[in-house]
Design a protein around this ligand. Structure first.
Ligand code: TRP
Length: 330
C-alpha cells in the first residue's frame, strides 16, 4: 500500500525567514520522501485566533501563495483548504464521542490557558472557547480522514499527533479496526534563527525579516542591525547575528570567505552590504513568484478546489467506512 503523509498549515499571514528555514523548507523536503503527500490550509483551526472574515480570507491566500512560491507542486501533492472538505467536520463530531474529556484537559494549549487564568486569579476557563478546547479533535479528524501514515510536524505539534493516535485507538476499540493509526515524524530541531536584535526571530518581538519584503525594506532592516564601534581593521565576532544571517543564504565557500574577512577585519557597513546582497539574491525569485501567484486569486481558488476534489475521493471512502462501523449507513 502507498504511504500517505499529511501536514496542516495554519493561515497566519506571510512568513518571516525563520518560518521558511525552520518549517516550510523542511516540510517541503519531507514531502519528497512519500509517495502521497497531503498539504492543507487549516483555516478552521485558525478561526480561534483570527478576528475578522477579511483576515481569514487574506491569510488563506497569503499562505497558499507562500507555499506555492516556495516550491509546493499541486500536481504532485494534494493541496487543499480544510473548509472545502465537509467530511472533516463530520468525522470530528463522530470522534468527539469516543474522546474522553480528560484527554482534552491535558492538551498543552488548553492547559496553558488554564494555568494563566489560575495565576491571574480568574475563572479557570476565562477566554477559553470550545474551538480551543476541541482543537486536537479537529486535528485528529484531519489526520485520520486520509488514512495518514505519517504526520511531519514540528516539536510543538507532537502532542496533538499523539492525541490523534489515541483517539483512533479508542474508535477502533469500540467499533473494530477502521482507522489507520498515524505516526508523527518530528522535524529535527532546526537551529534557532536569530532576529534583527539577536533574540529568537519572532513576529511578536518585532525583530523578524519577512520573506517577501521588498528589497528596499530588506535593505532597511539589515542596515538597522545594531553593531559596535570597532574599526574596519578590527576582527569581528562570528557569533554576530549578521554572520548567522549570511550563513542562511550563502554557500560553503562564501561562508568561509566571510569568516576570513571577519577574522582579518572588515567594516560593519561592508558586512551589511554583503549580507543584504546575498539575502536579496536568494529572496528575489521567491518574492517575484509570490507576488505573481498572490495577484491571481482565481487561480489559487482553482488549485485549492482541484486539490479538494482529489482529497474528497479518499475522504468519502473513509467516511462511508466510518458510518458503516458506527451504524449510520442506511
Ligand atoms: N495544529 C497545527 C499547527 O498549529 C496545524 C494542523 C492542523 C495540522 N491540522 C493538522 C498539522 C494536521 C498536521 C496535521 O501548526
Amino acid at each position: 500500500m502507498k504511504e500517505i503523509s499529511l501536514t496542516g498549515i495554519k493561515p497566519t499571514g506571510t512568513p518571516h525567514i525563520a518560518n521558511y528555514f525552520g518549517a516550510i523548507a523542511p516540510a517541503l523536503e519531507m514531502a519528497e520522501k512519500y509517495e502521497n503527500s497531503f498539504y492543507f490550509i487549516a483555516d478552521y483551526h485558525a478561526l480561534n485566533t483570527i478576528k475578522t472574515a477579511e483576515e481569514l480570507r487574506n491569510h488563506t491566500y497569503e499562505v497558499a501563495a507562500t507555499w506555492l512560491a516556495c516550491g509546493l507542486n499541486p500536481d504532485k501533492v494534494v493541496f487543499y483548504r480544510q473548509s472545502d472538505i465537509p467530511e472533516v467536520f463530520e468525522l470530528m463530531w463522530i470522534l468527539c464521542n469516543v474522546t474522553p474529556k480528560g484527554l482534552m484537559n491535558r492538551a498543552h494549549a488548553y492547559k496553558a490557558m488554564v494555568q494563566k487564568n489560575e495565576e491571574e486569579g480568574q475563572d479557570i476557563d476565562a477566554g477559553v472557547n470550545m474551538g480551543l478546547y476541541n482543537y486536537p479533535i479537529l486535528m485528529a479528524a484531519d489526520i485520520l480522514l486520509f488514512n495518514t501514515n505519517f504526520v511531519p510536524v514540528g516539536q510543538d505539534q507532537k502532542q496533538h499527533v499523539e492525541i490523534a493516535k489515541e483517539i483512533a485507538r479508542y474508535f477502533n476499540n469500540k467499533y473494530g479496526e477502521t482507522l489507520t493509526i498515524p505516526k508523527e515524524v518530528i522535524r529535527e530541531d532546526v537551529k534557532t534563527i536569530c532576529g534583527l536584535d539577536g533574540r529568537k526571530m519572532s513576529k511578536s518581538y518585532g525583530n523578524a525579516i519577512e520573506m517577501f519584503a521588498t528589497h528596499e525594506m530588506l535593505k532597511k532592516k539589515i542596515f538597522s542591525v545594531v553593531t559596535d564601534s570597532s574599526l574596519p581593521t578590527d576582527s569581528k565576532p562570528t557569533d554576530h547575528m549578521l554572520f548567522e544571517l549570511y550563513k542562511l543564504f550563502a554557500n560553503k565557500e562564501e561562508v568561509l570567505e566571510m569568516e576570513r574577512k571577519f577574522r582579518e577585519g572588515i567594516g560593519w557597513g561592508e558586512v551589511k552590504r554583503l549580507v543584504y546582497e546575498k539575502a536579496n539574491q536568494s529572496l528575489t525569485p521567491l518574492r517575484e513568484r509570490y507576488n505573481q501567484i498572490f495577484a491571481d486569486k482565481a487561480q489559487i481558488d482553482k488549485i485549492l478546489k482541484q486539490g479538494a476534489e482529489r482529497a474528497r475521493i479518499i475522504a468519502r471512502q473513509t467516511i462511508s467506512r466510518v458510518r458503516k462501523a458506527i451504524g449510520a449507513d442506511k
